[in-house]
Design a protein around this ligand. Structure first.
Ligand SMILES: [Fe+2]
Ligand SMILES: [Fe+2]
Length: 242
């Protein structure tokens, strides 16, 4: 297996040129900061922005709330359906991203010069399960009369969180191990996201929905175990060589 980590011409550390360290340090001392003050100024500015800011987005009113009756919506009445819809929308977006992450990982593993225990068949299974989970959440959203095409605030925030993961997976220079580390982050969040959604569904009285979500969680558990194991094996091989 090709190593993930290689020795090379990395010039980011000061030890590359010990003779210049003193000069570099003295330059830092004589060069004034571009603006006066300390970290309190940035905190103050952020506070001002926070005080003025509107919410990051809103949850659209479900069609059923506008007049149509549904058994599901009756159960949600008196609670906070918008909070539940927000989290459903968040899971929907994450599962869609999950499909794209696995697509990128499959391409990486198919082309990277390596031999490992990673099974492309298993990766394809995981990818298809993420897609099934996406469809499951889409149907759940529709069942309560909400719109799965609407981006909820939590979905928006999750999209921003996932940006780094997508970048790692699609960067042609990253290794399979780097991508597995990003996937491990994704699957840990994925796993917790499902647990949260199941808990919410139960508390909202949506037992059937919670049961369907339990099946997704069982599959997510398998994703997590495999990704964690493959990542660990690659790091050990790369570091200790066995
Ligand atoms: Fe997932
Ligand atoms: Fe997953």
């Amino acid at each position: 297996m090709d190593k993930t980590t290689v020795l090379g011409k990395n010039r980011s550390g000061v030890d590359i040129s010990p003779i210049d360290i003193k000069q570099m340090m003295s330059l830092a001392k004589v060069t004034p900061a571009s603006s006066p003050g300390d970290e309190k100024a940035i905190a103050q500015m952020r506070e001002e922005y926070i005080a003025e800011a509107d919410v990051i987005g809103s949850v659209p009113l479900p069609g059923t709330l506008k007049g149509m009756a549904s058994t599901a919506m009756e159960k949600l009445m008196g609670k906070s359906p918008e909070g539940f819809i927000d989290k459903l929308g968040c899971r929907l977006a994450f599962e869609r991203t999950g499909v794209r992450l696995y697509d990128a990982l499959i391409t990486k593993c198919s082309t990277a010069p390596m031999s490992s225990n990673i099974s492309l068949d298993r990766l394809n299974e995981f990818r298809n399960e993420e897609f099934q989970h996406f469809k499951l959440v889409e149907n759940a959203i529709r069942s309560i009369g909400a719109d799965p095409t609407a981006q909820t605030p939590s979905a928006d925030v999750d999209g921003v969180i996932s940006l780094g993961l997508i970048q790692v997976l699609t960067d042609p220079r990253t290794s399979v191990a780097h991508c597995l580390e990003a996937m491990l982050t994704a699957e840990l969040a994925d796993n917790d996201g499902w647990r949260m959604l199941i808990m919410l569904a139960e508390k909202m009285g949506m037992e059937d929905m919670a049961r369907d979500f339990q099946q997704a969680l069982r599959e997510e558990d398998e994703h997590l175990v495999s990704i964690r194991q493959w990542f660990k094996e690659m790091v050990i091989k790369d570091t200790v060589g066995t």
